[in-house]
Design a protein around this ligand. Structure first.
Ligand code: AMP
Ligand code: MG
Length: 410
């Protein structure tokens, strides 16, 4: 049996980022840039006013004989328009925020520092002297033509999208989203709309994983459930090889009907099939028909936890991310956890910040079939392998499931 870290290292060593594609800007949220973005224009594209006020010559703003300068208003310029004449000595032009500074003017005074007779006034008094360049946002102050503004490999969030829009990138080069085939296994597993019959349970894994795959940024493709026969599995795997990654649940442990491994041996390669952890010892990794296959355990909690530990990093690497794993933090465990098994235990827990430290309390029965203890869990408290006991008040590491990823170091 290999450790969690070794398993993840072996998995990630076989995964490459997917090729680049072109995606409409409004669909790029969460994706990774496939090339550097170089500004083709100055931003702002033209010198413009930062305030509603008056454009004038700075030297005209000086008081005369102790009186405020009084200037003739020659017209106005609104955002979206260009002045039809220049500002001359002794005159001023009304200007709105974002409007281009008219020729002749070298400064802008905000309306609050002026006095006039309102919108129809023909004159304005300048109540304070203003230096050249006042309230003027020069062309290229934010981004300069030729400047590399965003680097290849950057994750696109709302702020990056704003910059791409500013620069006119209607279509953006990004790493494409992986398509992930999801396959349930087991004669006992029926679909969600079916009534329970003796011996049967509903397929929770495929739906749970479908959402988890979407949350990771990939496109899920549910293939339904294969029966515990080689024929049924072969048929499903023929479909799965259309996608970038196959994730199965169930059928990978040592029971008589654990056939996923056999098909991997038959049609591809098994890299490993057991990890020293709980929940989720039977995790298989390899490939079928050249497509990476992650075989998760059948128990829903095991499937959920092992997806977070292994499936999500795989998807993130395919998406071109470099931060692949959830961060760990020291927490004070309020209720103790002991482990009779010698494997490393990932305990579902709620971590909260209280009185200057992170405090964890477990979310209930830790059986790998107890789905309700996934509810409210935002972390997995890590009990090290070797039968370590964590007593109430002890400090342990917790993996934070709702914090942004960090780089994986083995
Ligand atoms: P297996 O790994 O196939 O032995 O399955 C382990 C446990 O998970 C068994 O109790 C299965 O009934 C259950 N199980 C397998 N697949 C699913 C599924 N898709 N949804 C819910 N439970 C499942
Ligand atoms: Mg099974």
């Amino acid at each position: 049996m290999i450790s969690v870290e070794e398993a993840l290292a072996r998995i990630l060593a076989e995964i490459e980022p997917l090729p680049a594609t072109q995606v409409p800007l409004s669909e790029t949220f969460g994706l990774v840039l496939a090339q550097d973005i170089v500004a083709q224009e100055d931003i702002p594209p033209f010198a413009n006013s930062a305030m509603d006020g008056f454009a004038l010559l700075s030297r005209d703003s000086q008081p005369r004989n102790g009186q405020p300068a009084r200037l003739r208003i020659s017209g106005g310029v609104a955002a979206g328009y260009v002045a039809d004449h220049a500002v001359e000595e002794g005159t001023a032009m009304r200007i709105m925020t974002g409007a281009p500074v008219p020729p002749g003017a070298d400064t802008v005074i905000q309306v609050e520092l002026t006095r006039s007779e309102g919108t129809n006034s023909e004159w304005v008094e300048i109540l304070e002297a203003v230096p050249p360049g006042n309230n003027i946002r020069p062309a290229g102050e934010d981004m300069q033509r030729g400047q590399t503004v965003l680097l290849r490999g950057t994750e696109i969030g709302p702020w990056e999208i704003g910059i791409l829009a500013t620069l006119g990138w209607a279509i953006v080069p990004v790493i494409r989203r992986p398509h992930v085939a999801l396959l349930g296994t087991g004669d006992e597993v029926i679909d969600v709309h079916e009534a329970l019959r003796p011996g049967k349970i509903r397929n929770s894994n495929s739906y749970l994983l479908e959402a988890a795959v979407q949350r990771a940024g990939a496109v899920p493709h549910r293939l339904g459930v294969a029966l515990d026969t080689v024929e049924s599995l072969r048929e499903k795997f023929c479909e799965a090889v259309q996608d970038d990654l196959t994730i199965t649940s169930g059928g990978v442990s040592v029971g008589d009907f654990d056939l996923v491994k056999n098909i991997m041996h038959e049609q591809g390669k098994v890299n490993f099939w057991r990890i020293n952890m709980r929940p989720g010892k039977p995790v298989a990794f390899g490939h079928i028909g050249g497509v990476p296959l992650l075989g998760l355990p059948g128990n829903p909690v095991s499937a959920a936890v092992t997806f977070e530990l292994f499936g999500r990093p795989v998807i993130r690497k395919m998406l071109g991310h470099t931060r692949l794993v959830r961060p760990q933090v020291d927490v004070i465990v309020e209720d103790g956890v002991s482990d009779r098994a010698m494997r490393r235990h990932y305990v579902r827990a709620r971590v909260e910040w209280r009185d200057g430290h992170f405090v964890a309390h477990t979310t209930g029965n830790q059986g790998s079939h107890i789905m309700t203890s996934l509810l409210n869990a935002n972390a997995l408290v890590i009990v090290p392998e070797g039968g370590v006991e964590v007593r109430p008040g002890d400090t342990a590491k917790a993996m934070m499931l709702d914090w942004p990823e960090v780089e994986f170091s083995n």
